[in-house]
Design a protein around this ligand. Structure first.
Ligand code: NAP
Length: 359
């Protein structure tokens, strides 16, 4: 009998957490039991909790009333199988609960991928329901597992953002301003934009404690703190790619730029406790960005597999460059899971660090 340990959070008070244990149910025909090996935990996962109700992130791994399980990206190994084509020992990359195990109902099983066809996941975005069967991936390199857990979901979004901005002729902007410039999704976006010689200037906005680390990346043409918004060039048309969700920062930026604020892409909410938009926020030229929708659009535009090919090439190259600055802290056990969660939730993780943890 397998015991499933799970880390749960109060949906309405993310700082309240608990570990639960239950016996894994008997596998139905076609089901498999995956043992979660390790997973990354960054501000992106906190955001899943912050917008869990609105976007549906609590629906992936349902828990008891009032409690939720935050999804994470990582690897798991099949430890029991009632599926004819999936063997014990198979390794999957994808979207897991913060738990030791997951019972899955594989569907759409292909050589290199499968999906979890559990009925409660049917309406959720396919990007999150798909798992890579990494042992069948050409060129799979286990030495990049840690980089992949941390960076793939973020840099795939970065690739989408670059593709979206370019596709819209940069919204007529000559500068791209990125609040929460120290976040990995922002850094990936900066790698992608800098890789295009025709791209506008890049301005990174960050907190004073992260300014030196952001400058050291050498990716942004200018790095300013949130107190220096008056120093942003208001005479140059700008597009804002916002990772912060900070209402005060965005309102001040919009007021300062006025008509030159051409477009704001609301990507993230790293400053989730400051998310109320002020009176100067220009909502009519702002819109949410949701990477899974962009990926679905490109799957239709480009045909099957092409997005994965392009985003895969980008993330691998950017991940290798990121080894120059990224320090991954890898730990195992309940204490490690709780420590990573509390540290990231409170915003205390240094910009150049990322957690990889497991039960
Ligand atoms: N829309 C989409 O489809 C999509 C896809 C992927 C990611 N995202 C979003 O992008 C954002 C960045 O995610 P990430 O994993 O790349 O972040 P990350 O690397 O963990 O970001 C860390 C940075 O975020 C800021 N931060 C984090 N927690 C904070 C707190 N409690 N208080 C104040 N600042 C805090 C700090 O940056 P500064 O000091 O520079 O502000 C910190 O250096 C997330 O909100 C994520 O959900 C959105």
């Amino acid at each position: 009998m397998t015991t499933i340990s799970e880390f749960q959070v109060r949906k309405d008070t993310l700082s309240e957490t608990r570990f639960t244990e239950r016996t894994a149910p008997p596998l139905q025909d076609g089901d498999v039991l995956a043992k979660v090996d390790h997973f990354a935990f960054t501000a992106n996962n906190v955001t899943y909790g912050v917008v869990g109700e609105r976007i549906g992130y609590w629906k992936f791994f349902p828990a008891d009333d009032g409690w939720g399980v935050i999804p994470v990206w990582g690897f798991a190994d099949i430890v029991a199988s009632n599926h004819p084509d999936i063997k014990i020992g198979e390794r999957l990359y994808g979207y897991w609960p913060m738990a030791s195990h997951l019972v899955m109902t594989p569907g759409n099983v292909k050589d290199q991928r499968l999906s979890d066809a559990a009925p409660h996941r049917a309406e959720l975005p396919p990007v999150y329901n798909n798992y890579q069967r990494v042992n069948n991936e050409p060129g799979y390199d286990a030495a990049m597992d840690d980089d992949r857990m941390v960076l793939f979901p973020l840099y795939a979004t970065s690739f989408c953002l670059y593709d979206f901005l370019k596709d819209n002729d940069w919204f007529g902007a000559a500068q791209i301003i990125i609040p929460s410039a120290s976040s990995k999704t922002a850094i990936g976006t900066a790698y992608a934009i800098k890789g295009d010689e025709a791209s506008p200037l890049l301005v990174g906005l960050t907190s004073p404690r992260n300014k030196t680390a952001v400058e050291a990346l050498g990716l942004y043409d200018t790095v300013l703190t949130y107190d220096d918004i008056a120093d942003v060039d208001a005479n140059t048309p700008a597009v804002i790619v916002d990772m912060s969700g900070n209402g005060d920062v965005l309102s001040r930026l919009h007021k300062h730029l006025g008509e030159n604020m051409r477009y704001t892409s609301n990507v993230g909410v790293t400053h989730f406790d400051a998310n109320k938009m002020g009176p100067d926020f220009i909502s009519e030229r702002s819109a949410m960005f949701f990477a899974p929708s962009h990926i679905q659009k490109r799957a239709q535009d480009w045909g099957p597999g092409e997005f994965e090919k392009r985003a895969g090439a980008f993330w691998r190259e950017a991940a290798l460059k990121s080894r120059d600055w990224l320090k991954i802290q890898k730990e195992t056990g309940d204490d490690a899971v709780k420590h990573a969660y509390d540290e990231v939730l409170s915003g205390k993780t240094p910009a150049e660090k990322a957690w990889v943890v497991g039960f």
